[in-house]
Design a protein around this ligand. Structure first.
Ligand SMILES: CC(C)(COP(=O)(O)OP(=O)(O)OC[C@H]1O[C@@H](n2cnc3c(N)ncnc32)[C@H](O)[C@@H]1OP(=O)(O)O)[C@@H](O)C(=O)NCCC(=O)NCCS
Length: 178
């Protein structure tokens, strides 16, 4: 019998994950991937899975995309509306990739898919709170004029698709607990 290639979550090379919108029945797997991904992040609040669930409950998941490999959810990105910097702005995150499948390009594909969909839908732009070393590759950059309470300025980044340069203090959906 031929040896099977490594399964999802068992290491292995570049991902052929399919990126698709969340479907009914995905919520538990998304929660599991989110919890697993953030359990390895020292500065994480541990509430990321609950935030995604609360956004879903509130009908505030503008985008909820999963990466699926061999029928298994291995990654997820959430996008929700933000306030305080003008109409049509959204917040990216949480973004999660299952430990063991990280660094295979899945996170990048999820982020790019989310940005493409936002742009195609006519969004003004998107903000993200995260490491500039990661998010810079997608076109996110910290710019004066837009801030987020408690975040070091270089970690709060934006990408603008249309409309005037935003200005103000960003407020995320109450599901974030802010
Ligand atoms: C961050 C995360 C979503 C990236 O997904 P991924 O599929 O592993 O990332 P990709 O394969 O697309 O990209 C890998 C690259 O990102 C870098 N990278 C991954 N996480 C990073 C981080 N927190 N800061 C800076 N760079 C990071 C890797 O070093 C690698 O760099 P390289 O391309 O220069 O080699 C994933 O690592 C994860 O789930 N982390 C835990 C949860 C988290 O921190 N989420 C983000 C905050 S909302």
């Amino acid at each position: 019998m031929t040896a099977l290639p490594p399964g999802p979550g068992e290491g292995g090379g570049p991902s052929a994950a399919a990126i698709r919108a969340e479907r009914p029945g995905d919520a538990a797997a998304i929660g599991e991937v989110t919890r697993a991904a953030f359990s390895e992040v020292p500065y994480a609040s541990g509430t990321e899975a609950a935030i995604v669930a609360a956004l879903r409950e509130a009908g505030a998941l503008t985008l909820s995309l999963v990466a699926e490999e061999a029928g298994r959810v291995v990654g997820h990105v959430a996008v929700s509306p933000v306030e305080g910097i003008g109409p049509g702005w959204f917040g990216l995150g949480p973004v999660s990739v299952r430990p063991g499948r990280q660094k295979a390009g899945i996170g990048a594909r999820l982020v790019r898919a989310a940005l493409e969909r936002l742009r195609a839908a006519g969004a003004s732009g998107c903000v993200v709170l995260g490491d500039p070393g990661y998010y810079g590759r997608f076109g996110f950059a910290a710019r004066p004029g837009v801030g987020f309470e408690g975040a070091p300025p270089e970690y709060f980044q934006q990408i603008r698709f249309a409309g005037p340069a935003p200005e103000g203090r960003v407020r995320y959906h109450p599901a974030f607990g802010g």
